[in-house]
Design a protein around this ligand. Structure first.
Ligand code: FES
Length: 203
C-alpha cells in the first residue's frame, strides 16, 4: 500500500516525464507529412502530434509532439512517439492506450485516459497524412462515430474504456473525460456503455 506522498509511477514513466523524447520545437509544422490535434484547451490538455513518413513504405520515420497535458499525458506521448518510429501507418494507427501504459511500466487506472490524448492525436496525424496524399478511402475505413463532441470521444473510445474496466458512467468519464464539458452526450454514452458491457462481458 502506498503511503501519502509516495510516488505511484514506474521508473520508466518518471524518466519519460523528466526527460520527454521527441518534443516538437517551435510552431512550424510545414515540414511534416501529417499533423494531428486533439483535446480541449478549456480543459488544459491539448495535444499536437506530427509525423514524417517514408511514402514508399508507408513507415513513420519521425514522430514529434507537444502538449499542455499532465505528467501522465507527457510520459505517455513521449513513449508513444518512440514506439511508433519504424511502424507502418496502419500499425501505428492501432496502438492502444493499454499498450502505451504497458510500455510505461504501468499507469494508475485513473490516469489511463491521459494516454488516450497522444494516441488520438497520432491517429489524427495519420488521417491527416492520408488526406493530404489523396488516400481518403483509408481515413474513412478507420472513422468512428464521435459521441462526445466537446472531448472528441468516439464509440471506439467508449468500447476501449469498457474493455479496460469501466463499468459505470462515472468510470467511463474518469477514463475518457467524456461528458465533462456540456454533458449533452451522457444519454448516448450510457446506451453504448451498456451495449459494450453486454457484448464483451454478458452483463
Ligand atoms: S458533448 Fe460531451 S461534454 Fe459536450
Amino acid at each position: 500500500m502506498l503511503q501519502a506522498g509516495e510516488w505511484a509511477y514506474s521508473e520508466t514513466l518518471k524518466e519519460h516525464f523528466m526527460n520527454p523524447k521527441n518534443i516538437l520545437q517551435g510552431e512550424d509544422t510545414d515540414a511534416f507529412d501529417g499533423v494531428g490535434m486533439e483535446g480541449n484547451l478549456q480543459c488544459g490538455d491539448q495535444m499536437m502530434v506530427v509525423i514524417m513518413v517514408d511514402k514508399q513504405k508507408e513507415l513513420i520515420t519521425d514522430c514529434q509532439w507537444k502538449t499542455y497535458g499532465c505528467a501522465s499525458a507527457i510520459a505517455s506521448t513521449s513513449v508513444l512517439s518512440e514506439m511508433v518510429k519504424g511502424m507502418t501507418l496502419d500499425q501505428a494507427f492501432h496502438v492502444s492506450p493499454k499498450e502505451v501504459a504497458v510500455a510505461l511500466g504501468g499507469l494508475p487506472d485513473h490516469k489511463i485516459h491521459c494516454s488516450v490524448l497522444g494516441d488520438k492525436a497520432l491517429r489524427a496525424a495519420i488521417n491527416n497524412y492520408y488526406t493530404r496524399n489523396g488516400q481518403t478511402d483509408k481515413v474513412k475505413q478507420e472513422q468512428a462515430k464521435v459521441i462526445c463532441q466537446c472531448m472528441s470521444i468516439t464509440d471506439h473510445d467508449i468500447e476501449e474504456a469498457v474493455l479496460e474496466g469501466a463499468r459505470t458512467y462515472f468510470e467511463l468519464q474518469e477514463r475518457t473525460k467524456l461528458g465533462t464539458v456540456c454533458g449533452q452526450c451522457k444519454d448516448e454514452a450510457e446506451v453504448l456503455l451498456d451495449k459494450f458491457k453486454h457484448i464483451h462481458f454478458g452483463v
